[in-house]
Design a protein around this ligand. Sequence first.
Ligand code: ADP
Ligand code: ADP
Length: 227
Amino acid sequence: MAAIEMRNIVKEYGDGFKAVNDVSLDIADGEFMILVGPSGCGKSTLLRMIVGLEDITAGDMVIGGDRVNDKAPRDRNLSMVFQNYALYPHLTVFENIAFPLRLQKSISEEEVRRRVQAAADMLELNEHLDRKPANLSGGQRQRVAMGRAIVREVNAFLFDEPLSNLDAKLRGQMRTEISRMQRRLGTTTVYVTHDQTEAMTLGDRVAVLRRGFLQQVASPRELYEQP
Ligand code: ADP
Ligand code: ADP
């Protein structure tokens, strides 16, 4: 069974414009799926429909076997990492990472500490747990956003151009880290990027969108190493 199944997904905005048009795509359990395409082709809209931040006009979104079209974001059990990190400025690194756990009332404080610690270990954030986001570098903020994503078990990670605000060197480091983390956790991932190197090194498959249509789905090799 696919982790995420999209069946003829359409997103029509108020003026009748279809930002996403009849997209069907199965993402396998544990797969790292890259979404690429020119600006405005519907990548963010599709990601936002998976996570539940955008209503689906037509079609079925099935996550872990459940049709989630009418489910609120919090009931889909997904983690999204945004381009601008979307950290809470008034909260410490610890509390930023702990945030999704605090929403699950049944988790004890001890368990929260244990899980935040494990995420911080994996992302080398241990020395920064008491700091506020304003006092962190871009790379550290990105790590906090990732810590918040991995702190609980989810059906999938969704990334919207997570590295595009970082300089080239950090991008390379974080790319390696995301790859390592995803392999270790084995969590299904959907990752929007403009960066061919990211698509090549991270992706099991690449889905190409064009003007709202799914144009092609291929392995990175098939797509980028054409003669
Ligand atoms: P991408 O992420 O690939 O750059 P988007 O998903 O952000 O593309 O946008 C796809 C298309 O939908 C674009 O033409 C964009 O202008 C349009 N669009 C996005 N959000 C809205 C909205 N809230 N209302 C109307 N049109 C929108
Ligand atoms: P990105 O290029 O990162 O996908 P955009 O700058 O296209 O982001 O869009 C930023 C925000 O503006 C999104 O929330 C999107 O839904 C909204 N938006 C984009 N295009 C339109 C539009 N034509 N009308 C209304 N809202 C839009």
